[in-house]
Design a protein around this ligand. Structure first.
Ligand code: 13P
Ligand code: SF4
Length: 328
């Protein structure tokens, strides 16, 4: 059989469908993926739901359309599956902000603290952590930790700061940020709000406090989507990566969803450059060649799995509830 290297003229959607069946593969996609990828995925979700799907699937292959830490999470939870990520360079600025050696040192300086760690981190940092959280499970998990227990929260200082303000828990924060959510402009957001005075603002907790302070709802991608279904206003301002608007528009075609602006007044600077690396072409090649594959050394995998298992146990029941909810 000759392997086609020139993809011009190929019906990628049909070919991906054919390979999905041939390989007994499941395509999992995050809400920040391009609309064409979201539309052909078997499941589109937030980090917590994607982890659960990866753990529960009986497919032989997981084609993960998201970023590397998400595909690694799938491999940690489903080690017998082949996990492919269309572009292995799809990283995350939060992961980059937290090198494992420095995190290990930080932990060693605070031996009486437990490490509650956002899932947006490397497998090595998961292995150094006690409990992983996602934005949809963080508050529910935090509520189950003894109030006297001291906590390190990393790598997202914005999510950590939001949780600290909302729950009153004093946590030591690692100074990492998401470059995408940091790029929203308060000045431009306020200008937009004057143009749409009745439109609520929904924001992801990775946004800095100056943005969250204007939000009517703060939550994970799934939480924001659910909030959009409940608002009575016909317009909603969405302060997270704008590709999620695709799902909103599909579910609510009569409503208007406006991506919150960056300093240039539009939402294009808030497209996640890592998520954008995945394309239909690369997904097709990943399914065809079963590469790039996620591989994790077994000792490291087992160590990282402990903190992920802790999350899945403590977050059980977080289905459409337990999200961060209305801003305090
Ligand atoms: P969610 O868990 O809310 O989908 O967030 C993932 C993420 O990377 C947001 O930037
Ligand atoms: Fe990472 Fe931010 Fe992209 Fe999410 S949006 S994957 S946190 S860089």
């Amino acid at each position: 059989m000759t392997i086609q290297t020139n993809l011009t003229g190929l019906d990628l959607r049909a070919e991906i469908d054919r390979l999905r069946k041939e390989r007994n593969a499941v395509i999992l996609a995050h809400y920040y993926q391009k609309p064409e990828i979201q539309d052909l995925a078997d499941f589109v979700g937030d980090s917590l739901d994607l982890s659960r799907k990866a753990q529960a699937t009986d497919a032989d292959v997981i084609a993960f359309c998201g970023v590397r830490f998400m595909a690694e999470t799938a491999k940690i939870l489903s080690p017998d599956k082949i996990v492919v990520l269309p572009d292995m360079a799809a990283g995350c600025s939060l992961e980059d902000s937290c090198p494992p050696e420095q995190f290990a040192e930080f932990r060693a300086q605070h031996p009486d603290h437990i490490a509650l760690t956002y899932i947006n981190c490397s497998t090595e940092v998961k292995a150094l952590s006690d409990i992983i959280v996602t934005s949809s499970s963080a508050e529910q998990i935090l509520a189950q930790i003894d109030p006297a227990q001291k906590i390190i929260f990393g790598p997202d200082r914005n999510l950590g700061g939001y949780l600290a303000r909302k729950t009153g828990r004093d946590m030591l924060l690692w100074p990492g940020v998401c470059i995408v959510h940091e790029a929203f402009s308060e000045t431009e957001l306020l200008k937009l709000r004057t143009q749409h005075p009745d439109a609520p603002i929904a924001a992801h907790p990775e946004c800095p406090a100056v943005i969250l302070d204007h939000a009517d709802y703060v939550g994970s991608t799934r939480g924001i989507l659910e909030f959009a279904r409940t608002v009575t206003s016909d317009t909603l301002i969405v302060a997270t990566e704008p590709h999620i608007i695709h799902q909103m528009q599909k579910a609510m075609p009569d409503k208007t969803f406006i991506g919150a602006p960056g300093a240039d007044g539009n939402c294009n600077c808030n497209i996640c450059p890592y998520m954008a690396l995945n394309t239909m072409e690369k997904l097709y090649l990943a399914l065809r060649d079963l590469t790039p594959r996620v591989e994790i050394e077994e000792g490291l995998r087992l160590q990282a799995k402990k903190s992920l298992d802790a999350m899945l146990t403590l977050a059980s029941g977080t289905v459409g509830k337990g999200d961060l909810g209305p801003r305090p």
